[in-house]
Each structure stands twice: as structure tokens, then as C-alpha cells.
Write a new protein. Structure first.
Length: 124
């Protein structure tokens, strides 16, 4: 076959591919603000300087999202309690903490966090 006879076919194929990708690009759905994943809420926590008996740990920062809680902790604690709508999770700090940071996955957005005998802290 003569190569010049295939040029119109090649051009038609190239144009159809370009039109396809242009139409797909134009039809991409825009993200609806209600469908986006909520961003994590970070709240530096202020602890009172008074030591409570049985409270040997200090939460300096808490970051909560819909199903996760991250904490920066100083001091020592044995248990971490996280409450959420519908229940509470109690974890040993050895399981969820490492190097002063704790990470707990929850079935719903966490509401409060408590280390050992320390007072519970409400999360935003």
C-alpha cells in the first residue's frame, strides 16, 4: 500500500483521539464542598501547671480527624482512653505510642481523650 493513502486515515484517527480526550477533560466533575473529606483539626492544648496525683503525663498537642487521633505526649502513662459518639476505646500506650507521639484509629470522630488519672480533655 502507498503511504500517502494512509495519511488521511492517520489524521482522522489523531483528530478523533484528541476530541475524545478533550471531551473527557471537559466533563470531569468538579468537587462539591460537601463531598470533600474533612481536614484534620489541630488544637494546641494548654495544661494547668498543677500536678494531679496519678497524672504523670502531659498532652501538648492533639490532632483529630473523622477516624483518627494523634497526640504529642510528654511524661509517662499506661493507658489512653478515647471516647467518641457511641463508645470508648482504651489502649495501652505501649501499643499506640512511640517517641512521644500517639496515634489511635476510632470508628467515629473522637470527642475526649484521657491519659491514666489525668483529667479528660475535650477535643474540638
Amino acid at each position: 500500500m502507498d503511504d500517502r493513502k494512509l495519511n488521511p486515515l492517520r489524521l482522522a484517527l489523531l483528530v478523533s483521539i484528541a476530541l475524545y480526550f478533550a471531551s473527557v477533560g471537559l466533563r470531569l466533575p468538579t468537587k462539591n464542598p460537601s463531598e470533600t473529606i474533612p481536614q484534620a483539626t489541630q488544637a494546641p492544648l494548654v495544661q494547668p501547671q498543677i500536678r494531679i496525683d496519678g497524672c504523670h503525663a502531659h498532652i501538648s498537642e492533639a490532632t483529630a480527624s473523622t477516624r483518627e487521633l494523634r497526640l504529642k505526649v510528654s511524661g509517662t502513662a499506661e493507658t489512653l482512653r478515647v471516647s467518641y459518639d457511641g463508645g470508648m476505646i482504651v489502649k495501652a500506650t505501649e501499643e499506640v505510642c512511640s517517641g512521644g507521639e500517639c496515634r489511635v484509629f476510632t470508628p467515629a470522630a473522637p470527642k475526649t481523650v484521657q491519659l491514666d488519672g489525668c483529667p479528660a480533655i475535650n477535643l474540638p
